[in-house]
Design a protein around this ligand. Structure first.
Ligand code: PGA
Ligand code: ZN
Length: 426
Protein backbone atom coordinates (compact mmCIF):
# COMPACT_ATOMS: atom_id res chain seq x y z
CA UNK A 1 0.00 0.00 0.00
CA UNK A 2 1.13 3.48 -0.89
CA UNK A 3 2.14 5.47 2.16
CA UNK A 4 3.94 8.56 0.91
CA UNK A 5 4.55 10.26 -2.42
CA UNK A 6 7.09 13.05 -2.70
CA UNK A 7 7.90 14.99 -5.87
CA UNK A 8 10.71 17.43 -6.52
CA UNK A 9 12.16 19.58 -9.28
CA UNK A 10 15.35 18.22 -10.87
CA UNK A 11 17.18 19.02 -14.13
CA UNK A 12 16.92 17.18 -17.43
CA UNK A 13 19.69 16.64 -19.98
CA UNK A 14 19.18 20.10 -21.50
CA UNK A 15 19.49 21.65 -18.07
CA UNK A 16 15.77 22.42 -17.89
CA UNK A 17 13.66 21.57 -14.85
CA UNK A 18 11.62 18.37 -14.79
CA UNK A 19 9.70 16.30 -12.26
CA UNK A 20 11.09 13.45 -10.16
CA UNK A 21 8.84 11.38 -7.90
CA UNK A 22 9.71 9.19 -4.91
CA UNK A 23 7.15 6.81 -3.48
CA UNK A 24 7.08 4.66 -0.31
CA UNK A 25 4.89 1.81 0.85
CA UNK A 26 3.91 0.82 4.39
CA UNK A 27 6.83 -1.59 4.61
CA UNK A 28 9.32 1.18 3.87
CA UNK A 29 10.11 0.07 0.33
CA UNK A 30 10.75 2.94 -2.04
CA UNK A 31 10.96 3.63 -5.79
CA UNK A 32 11.76 6.62 -7.96
CA UNK A 33 10.92 7.80 -11.46
CA UNK A 34 11.54 10.96 -13.46
CA UNK A 35 9.92 12.51 -16.50
CA UNK A 36 11.47 13.44 -19.88
CA UNK A 37 10.64 16.43 -22.06
CA UNK A 38 10.45 16.94 -25.85
CA UNK A 39 11.54 19.84 -28.05
CA UNK A 40 9.71 19.01 -31.27
CA UNK A 41 6.49 18.22 -29.48
CA UNK A 42 3.26 17.32 -31.24
CA UNK A 43 0.45 19.83 -30.81
CA UNK A 44 -1.94 17.12 -29.57
CA UNK A 45 0.39 15.82 -26.86
CA UNK A 46 -0.60 15.79 -23.20
CA UNK A 47 0.55 19.05 -21.63
CA UNK A 48 3.56 19.36 -19.35
CA UNK A 49 2.81 21.86 -16.62
CA UNK A 50 5.38 24.70 -16.50
CA UNK A 51 5.26 27.51 -13.93
CA UNK A 52 5.58 30.34 -16.43
CA UNK A 53 7.38 32.41 -13.80
CA UNK A 54 9.94 34.43 -15.77
CA UNK A 55 12.07 34.82 -12.66
CA UNK A 56 12.86 31.10 -12.51
CA UNK A 57 14.40 29.04 -15.32
CA UNK A 58 12.92 31.38 -17.93
CA UNK A 59 9.41 30.27 -16.99
CA UNK A 60 10.23 26.57 -17.32
CA UNK A 61 10.12 25.72 -13.61
CA UNK A 62 7.90 22.81 -12.56
CA UNK A 63 7.22 23.73 -8.93
CA UNK A 64 3.48 23.78 -9.54
CA UNK A 65 3.51 20.31 -11.06
CA UNK A 66 5.51 19.19 -8.01
CA UNK A 67 2.92 20.78 -5.75
CA UNK A 68 0.13 18.99 -7.64
CA UNK A 69 1.80 15.67 -6.85
CA UNK A 70 2.38 16.46 -3.21
CA UNK A 71 -0.92 18.12 -2.36
CA UNK A 72 -3.52 16.78 -4.82
CA UNK A 73 -2.36 13.41 -6.15
CA UNK A 74 -0.71 12.07 -2.99
CA UNK A 75 -3.82 12.32 -0.74
CA UNK A 76 -5.91 10.56 -3.38
CA UNK A 77 -3.54 7.60 -3.64
CA UNK A 78 -2.57 6.90 -0.03
CA UNK A 79 -3.61 3.41 1.05
CA UNK A 80 -4.00 2.09 -2.50
CA UNK A 81 -2.14 -1.04 -3.62
CA UNK A 82 0.69 0.09 -5.93
CA UNK A 83 0.03 -2.95 -8.12
CA UNK A 84 -3.34 -1.53 -9.12
CA UNK A 85 -1.78 0.49 -11.94
CA UNK A 86 -4.94 1.09 -13.91
CA UNK A 87 -6.88 2.19 -10.86
CA UNK A 88 -4.09 4.57 -9.92
CA UNK A 89 -3.86 5.99 -13.43
CA UNK A 90 -7.63 6.37 -13.65
CA UNK A 91 -7.78 8.21 -10.34
CA UNK A 92 -5.21 10.69 -11.63
CA UNK A 93 -6.99 11.06 -14.97
CA UNK A 94 -10.22 11.83 -13.11
CA UNK A 95 -8.55 14.21 -10.69
CA UNK A 96 -7.21 16.09 -13.67
CA UNK A 97 -10.44 16.00 -15.61
CA UNK A 98 -9.11 17.50 -18.86
CA UNK A 99 -8.60 15.87 -22.24
CA UNK A 100 -4.88 16.72 -22.34
CA UNK A 101 -3.93 16.57 -18.63
CA UNK A 102 -3.41 20.30 -18.53
CA UNK A 103 -4.85 20.84 -15.05
CA UNK A 104 -2.37 18.76 -13.02
CA UNK A 105 0.17 18.36 -15.82
CA UNK A 106 1.22 15.22 -17.64
CA UNK A 107 4.65 15.64 -16.04
CA UNK A 108 3.09 15.37 -12.55
CA UNK A 109 0.85 12.44 -13.47
CA UNK A 110 3.46 10.44 -15.39
CA UNK A 111 6.05 10.73 -12.63
CA UNK A 112 3.63 9.13 -10.19
CA UNK A 113 2.42 6.55 -12.69
CA UNK A 114 5.95 5.28 -13.36
CA UNK A 115 7.07 5.43 -9.74
CA UNK A 116 4.06 3.29 -8.79
CA UNK A 117 4.96 0.67 -11.39
CA UNK A 118 8.50 0.49 -10.11
CA UNK A 119 7.38 0.18 -6.50
CA UNK A 120 4.94 -2.56 -7.47
CA UNK A 121 7.72 -4.48 -9.24
CA UNK A 122 9.86 -4.17 -6.14
CA UNK A 123 7.01 -5.37 -3.91
CA UNK A 124 6.49 -8.30 -6.27
CA UNK A 125 10.19 -9.14 -6.11
CA UNK A 126 10.48 -8.94 -9.88
CA UNK A 127 12.62 -6.92 -12.27
CA UNK A 128 10.52 -4.20 -13.90
CA UNK A 129 10.46 -5.79 -17.37
CA UNK A 130 9.10 -9.05 -15.96
CA UNK A 131 6.63 -7.38 -13.64
CA UNK A 132 5.20 -5.46 -16.61
CA UNK A 133 5.56 -8.16 -19.25
CA UNK A 134 5.33 -11.52 -17.51
CA UNK A 135 7.51 -14.54 -18.20
CA UNK A 136 7.16 -13.98 -21.97
CA UNK A 137 9.12 -10.75 -21.73
CA UNK A 138 12.26 -11.92 -23.51
CA UNK A 139 12.36 -10.01 -26.81
CA UNK A 140 15.41 -7.77 -26.94
CA UNK A 141 14.83 -4.73 -29.17
CA UNK A 142 16.99 -3.47 -32.02
CA UNK A 143 18.51 -0.23 -30.70
CA UNK A 144 18.06 2.56 -33.25
CA UNK A 145 20.80 5.03 -32.49
CA UNK A 146 20.46 8.63 -33.58
CA UNK A 147 23.98 9.46 -34.73
CA UNK A 148 23.33 12.62 -36.75
CA UNK A 149 21.11 15.28 -35.22
CA UNK A 150 19.50 18.00 -37.30
CA UNK A 151 16.44 20.24 -37.22
CA UNK A 152 15.50 21.74 -33.88
CA UNK A 153 17.78 19.30 -32.01
CA UNK A 154 20.74 20.99 -33.70
CA UNK A 155 19.21 24.49 -33.72
CA UNK A 156 18.76 24.27 -37.51
CA UNK A 157 22.53 24.44 -38.04
CA UNK A 158 22.58 21.53 -40.48
CA UNK A 159 20.10 19.05 -41.90
CA UNK A 160 16.37 19.79 -41.95
CA UNK A 161 15.70 16.21 -40.96
CA UNK A 162 15.90 15.87 -37.21
CA UNK A 163 17.30 12.35 -36.79
CA UNK A 164 19.46 9.91 -38.69
CA UNK A 165 19.56 6.59 -36.87
CA UNK A 166 21.50 3.38 -37.37
CA UNK A 167 19.80 0.05 -36.67
CA UNK A 168 22.33 -2.78 -36.17
CA UNK A 169 19.59 -5.28 -36.96
CA UNK A 170 21.95 -7.98 -38.26
CA UNK A 171 23.46 -8.51 -34.81
CA UNK A 172 22.64 -11.59 -32.75
CA UNK A 173 22.23 -9.97 -29.35
CA UNK A 174 21.67 -6.54 -27.93
CA UNK A 175 25.20 -6.59 -26.57
CA UNK A 176 26.52 -7.07 -30.08
CA UNK A 177 24.10 -4.49 -31.52
CA UNK A 178 25.28 -1.88 -29.01
CA UNK A 179 28.89 -2.69 -29.88
CA UNK A 180 28.26 -2.35 -33.62
CA UNK A 181 26.37 0.88 -33.07
CA UNK A 182 29.16 2.32 -31.01
CA UNK A 183 31.79 1.27 -33.56
CA UNK A 184 29.87 2.93 -36.40
CA UNK A 185 29.44 6.05 -34.25
CA UNK A 186 33.20 6.25 -33.63
CA UNK A 187 33.83 5.58 -37.31
CA UNK A 188 31.45 8.42 -38.25
CA UNK A 189 33.48 10.79 -36.09
CA UNK A 190 36.51 10.07 -38.28
CA UNK A 191 34.53 10.42 -41.50
CA UNK A 192 33.26 13.83 -40.37
CA UNK A 193 36.76 14.88 -39.45
CA UNK A 194 38.07 13.87 -42.88
CA UNK A 195 35.31 15.89 -44.51
CA UNK A 196 36.14 18.91 -42.37
CA UNK A 197 32.76 18.75 -40.62
CA UNK A 198 32.09 19.47 -36.96
CA UNK A 199 31.97 16.62 -34.45
CA UNK A 200 30.07 18.55 -31.79
CA UNK A 201 26.96 16.73 -30.65
CA UNK A 202 23.28 17.65 -30.49
CA UNK A 203 20.60 17.05 -27.87
CA UNK A 204 20.48 13.29 -28.39
CA UNK A 205 24.22 12.73 -28.55
CA UNK A 206 24.45 12.48 -32.34
CA UNK A 207 26.85 14.65 -34.31
CA UNK A 208 25.36 17.88 -35.60
CA UNK A 209 27.45 18.76 -38.67
CA UNK A 210 26.69 21.69 -40.94
CA UNK A 211 25.70 19.54 -43.94
CA UNK A 212 24.68 20.80 -47.37
CA UNK A 213 21.62 18.62 -47.90
CA UNK A 214 19.41 16.06 -46.20
CA UNK A 215 20.98 13.35 -48.32
CA UNK A 216 24.56 14.05 -47.24
CA UNK A 217 24.16 12.56 -43.73
CA UNK A 218 23.05 9.30 -45.35
CA UNK A 219 26.18 9.26 -47.50
CA UNK A 220 28.36 9.95 -44.46
CA UNK A 221 26.67 7.21 -42.43
CA UNK A 222 27.00 4.60 -45.19
CA UNK A 223 30.71 5.41 -45.36
CA UNK A 224 30.99 5.12 -41.58
CA UNK A 225 29.24 1.73 -41.62
CA UNK A 226 31.61 0.45 -44.31
CA UNK A 227 34.70 1.86 -42.63
CA UNK A 228 33.71 0.10 -39.41
CA UNK A 229 33.68 -3.18 -41.33
CA UNK A 230 29.93 -3.74 -41.67
CA UNK A 231 27.63 -4.19 -44.66
CA UNK A 232 25.17 -1.33 -45.06
CA UNK A 233 21.67 -2.79 -45.10
CA UNK A 234 22.56 -6.34 -44.23
CA UNK A 235 24.30 -5.66 -40.92
CA UNK A 236 23.35 -2.09 -40.18
CA UNK A 237 20.30 -0.35 -41.63
CA UNK A 238 19.28 3.31 -41.44
CA UNK A 239 16.15 5.01 -40.06
CA UNK A 240 15.20 8.67 -40.25
CA UNK A 241 12.90 10.97 -38.35
CA UNK A 242 12.51 14.12 -40.46
CA UNK A 243 10.08 15.44 -37.79
CA UNK A 244 8.48 17.22 -40.71
CA UNK A 245 5.84 19.09 -38.69
CA UNK A 246 8.71 21.42 -37.85
CA UNK A 247 9.21 22.53 -41.47
CA UNK A 248 5.61 22.32 -42.67
CA UNK A 249 3.25 25.18 -43.24
CA UNK A 250 0.02 25.47 -45.26
CA UNK A 251 0.56 22.33 -47.31
CA UNK A 252 4.23 23.06 -48.06
CA UNK A 253 7.41 21.44 -46.71
CA UNK A 254 10.38 23.81 -46.80
CA UNK A 255 13.82 22.20 -46.89
CA UNK A 256 16.07 25.06 -45.80
CA UNK A 257 19.33 23.21 -46.33
CA UNK A 258 18.41 22.58 -49.97
CA UNK A 259 16.46 25.75 -50.60
CA UNK A 260 13.44 23.85 -51.89
CA UNK A 261 9.71 23.66 -51.25
CA UNK A 262 7.75 20.44 -51.74
CA UNK A 263 4.17 19.30 -51.33
CA UNK A 264 3.28 15.98 -49.67
CA UNK A 265 3.46 14.01 -52.89
CA UNK A 266 6.79 15.50 -53.90
CA UNK A 267 8.27 14.86 -50.47
CA UNK A 268 7.00 11.25 -50.61
CA UNK A 269 8.80 10.88 -53.94
CA UNK A 270 11.90 12.44 -52.40
CA UNK A 271 11.79 9.70 -49.71
CA UNK A 272 11.23 7.08 -52.38
CA UNK A 273 14.48 8.09 -54.07
CA UNK A 274 16.28 7.94 -50.74
CA UNK A 275 14.97 4.38 -50.26
CA UNK A 276 16.28 3.50 -53.74
CA UNK A 277 19.73 4.86 -52.95
CA UNK A 278 20.27 4.02 -49.27
CA UNK A 279 19.51 1.14 -46.86
CA UNK A 280 16.63 3.11 -45.38
CA UNK A 281 14.13 0.91 -43.53
CA UNK A 282 12.07 3.22 -41.33
CA UNK A 283 10.73 6.75 -41.76
CA UNK A 284 9.12 8.47 -38.80
CA UNK A 285 6.98 11.60 -39.23
CA UNK A 286 7.72 11.69 -42.94
CA UNK A 287 4.79 14.09 -43.15
CA UNK A 288 3.32 16.61 -40.73
CA UNK A 289 0.90 16.13 -37.86
CA UNK A 290 -1.92 18.01 -39.62
CA UNK A 291 -1.36 16.59 -43.08
CA UNK A 292 -3.77 13.64 -42.76
CA UNK A 293 -4.48 13.52 -46.50
CA UNK A 294 -0.76 13.65 -47.26
CA UNK A 295 -0.14 10.62 -45.04
CA UNK A 296 -2.55 8.65 -47.19
CA UNK A 297 -0.40 9.42 -50.23
CA UNK A 298 2.81 8.63 -48.35
CA UNK A 299 1.41 5.29 -47.24
CA UNK A 300 0.22 4.40 -50.74
CA UNK A 301 3.64 5.16 -52.17
CA UNK A 302 5.93 3.65 -49.54
CA UNK A 303 4.13 0.98 -47.49
CA UNK A 304 5.75 -2.39 -48.09
CA UNK A 305 9.13 -0.75 -48.60
CA UNK A 306 9.71 0.85 -45.21
CA UNK A 307 8.14 1.07 -41.78
CA UNK A 308 6.09 4.28 -41.64
CA UNK A 309 5.91 5.55 -38.08
CA UNK A 310 3.58 8.28 -36.84
CA UNK A 311 4.91 10.33 -33.93
CA UNK A 312 3.41 13.84 -33.84
CA UNK A 313 0.55 12.41 -35.90
CA UNK A 314 -0.58 9.92 -33.25
CA UNK A 315 1.01 11.21 -30.01
CA UNK A 316 0.63 7.74 -28.38
CA UNK A 317 -3.13 8.34 -28.24
CA UNK A 318 -5.48 5.49 -29.18
CA UNK A 319 -7.95 7.99 -30.61
CA UNK A 320 -5.51 9.08 -33.32
CA UNK A 321 -3.90 5.67 -33.79
CA UNK A 322 -7.37 4.21 -34.43
CA UNK A 323 -7.95 6.86 -37.08
CA UNK A 324 -4.61 5.96 -38.64
CA UNK A 325 -5.59 2.29 -38.73
CA UNK A 326 -9.05 3.00 -40.15
CA UNK A 327 -7.73 5.30 -42.85
CA UNK A 328 -4.58 3.32 -43.66
CA UNK A 329 -2.19 6.18 -42.96
CA UNK A 330 0.86 4.37 -41.55
CA UNK A 331 1.91 0.95 -40.27
CA UNK A 332 3.55 1.83 -36.96
CA UNK A 333 3.28 4.27 -34.07
CA UNK A 334 5.96 5.96 -32.05
CA UNK A 335 5.39 5.37 -28.34
CA UNK A 336 6.36 8.07 -25.86
CA UNK A 337 5.09 7.84 -22.29
CA UNK A 338 4.87 11.56 -21.74
CA UNK A 339 2.87 12.18 -24.91
CA UNK A 340 -0.13 10.56 -23.26
CA UNK A 341 0.86 10.81 -19.58
CA UNK A 342 0.16 7.46 -17.91
CA UNK A 343 1.62 3.97 -18.17
CA UNK A 344 -1.83 2.37 -18.60
CA UNK A 345 -2.73 4.52 -21.59
CA UNK A 346 0.70 3.87 -23.11
CA UNK A 347 0.12 0.13 -22.83
CA UNK A 348 -3.31 0.57 -24.44
CA UNK A 349 -1.68 2.33 -27.40
CA UNK A 350 0.86 -0.48 -27.83
CA UNK A 351 -1.83 -3.15 -27.59
CA UNK A 352 -4.01 -1.41 -30.17
CA UNK A 353 -1.08 -1.33 -32.59
CA UNK A 354 -0.11 -4.94 -32.08
CA UNK A 355 -3.71 -6.16 -32.43
CA UNK A 356 -3.73 -4.51 -35.83
CA UNK A 357 -0.33 -5.84 -36.87
CA UNK A 358 1.19 -2.41 -36.60
CA UNK A 359 4.67 -1.85 -35.28
CA UNK A 360 5.46 0.05 -32.11
CA UNK A 361 8.66 2.06 -31.90
CA UNK A 362 9.41 2.98 -28.29
CA UNK A 363 11.10 6.33 -27.78
CA UNK A 364 12.92 8.56 -25.36
CA UNK A 365 12.58 12.36 -25.57
CA UNK A 366 15.26 14.82 -26.61
CA UNK A 367 15.26 16.11 -23.03
CA UNK A 368 15.92 13.07 -20.83
CA UNK A 369 16.99 11.99 -17.38
CA UNK A 370 18.97 8.91 -16.41
CA UNK A 371 15.72 7.03 -15.75
CA UNK A 372 15.79 3.87 -17.87
CA UNK A 373 12.10 2.93 -17.54
CA UNK A 374 11.64 2.70 -21.31
CA UNK A 375 14.33 0.02 -21.61
CA UNK A 376 12.35 -2.34 -19.37
CA UNK A 377 9.08 -1.28 -20.96
CA UNK A 378 10.32 -2.08 -24.46
CA UNK A 379 11.20 -5.63 -23.41
CA UNK A 380 7.95 -6.02 -21.45
CA UNK A 381 5.76 -4.93 -24.37
CA UNK A 382 7.71 -6.89 -27.00
CA UNK A 383 8.03 -3.79 -29.16
CA UNK A 384 11.08 -5.12 -30.99
CA UNK A 385 12.80 -1.80 -31.52
CA UNK A 386 13.41 1.45 -29.70
CA UNK A 387 15.22 4.71 -30.17
CA UNK A 388 17.06 6.31 -27.32
CA UNK A 389 19.73 8.43 -28.92
CA UNK A 390 23.36 8.02 -29.85
CA UNK A 391 25.77 5.75 -27.98
CA UNK A 392 26.93 8.95 -26.29
CA UNK A 393 25.77 11.07 -23.30
CA UNK A 394 24.87 9.44 -20.01
CA UNK A 395 21.12 9.82 -20.25
CA UNK A 396 21.09 7.97 -23.62
CA UNK A 397 23.66 5.33 -22.66
CA UNK A 398 21.80 4.37 -19.50
CA UNK A 399 18.92 2.89 -21.53
CA UNK A 400 21.26 0.82 -23.69
CA UNK A 401 23.18 -0.33 -20.62
CA UNK A 402 19.94 -1.38 -18.93
CA UNK A 403 19.00 -3.44 -22.00
CA UNK A 404 22.35 -5.22 -21.81
CA UNK A 405 21.75 -5.94 -18.12
CA UNK A 406 18.33 -7.39 -18.92
CA UNK A 407 19.77 -9.56 -21.68
CA UNK A 408 22.41 -10.91 -19.34
CA UNK A 409 19.79 -11.68 -16.71
CA UNK A 410 17.58 -13.48 -19.24
CA UNK A 411 20.54 -15.56 -20.40
CA UNK A 412 19.59 -18.25 -22.92
CA UNK A 413 15.95 -17.23 -23.00
CA UNK A 414 16.69 -13.79 -24.48
CA UNK A 415 15.75 -13.44 -28.14
CA UNK A 416 17.06 -10.56 -30.29
CA UNK A 417 14.30 -9.08 -32.43
CA UNK A 418 16.49 -8.36 -35.47
CA UNK A 419 15.02 -7.56 -38.90
CA UNK A 420 11.66 -9.09 -38.03
CA UNK A 421 10.89 -6.16 -35.77
CA UNK A 422 10.64 -3.78 -38.71
CA UNK A 423 7.28 -3.65 -40.47
CA UNK A 424 7.14 -3.68 -44.24
CA UNK A 425 10.71 -4.71 -44.93
CA UNK A 426 10.08 -8.37 -45.77
P1 PGA B 1 11.41 15.41 -29.12
O1 PGA B 1 11.94 14.67 -30.42
O2 PGA B 1 11.62 14.53 -27.95
O3 PGA B 1 12.21 16.67 -29.12
O4 PGA B 1 9.94 15.67 -29.37
C1 PGA B 1 11.84 13.30 -30.59
C2 PGA B 1 11.07 12.93 -31.82
O5 PGA B 1 10.60 13.80 -32.58
O6 PGA B 1 10.90 11.75 -32.07
ZN1 ZN C 1 9.70 12.01 -33.94
Amino acid sequence: QIKTICAREILDSRGNPTVEVDIWDEAGRTARASVPSGASTGSREAVEYRDGDPNRYGGKGVLKAVEHVNTIIQPALIGIDARKQRLIDNIMIELDGTENKSKLGANAILGVSLACARLAAYQSDLPLYRYLGGVGANLMPVPCMNIINGGVHARWQGADFQEYMIAPWGAKTIREAVQWGSEVYQSLRLVLKEEGLSTGVGDEGGFAPHVKSNRQPLELIVKAIENAGFKPGEDVAICIDPASSEFYKDGIYTLHSEDSQLNAEQLSDYYSRLIDDFPLVLIEDGLAEDDWSGWKVLHQKLAGRVELVGDDLFVTNIKYIQRGIDENLANSALIKLNQIGTLSETIDAVNLCHQNHWGTFISHRSGETIDSFIADMTVALRAGHLKTGAPCRGERIEKYNQLMRIEQELGQSAVFAGKQAFIGNA
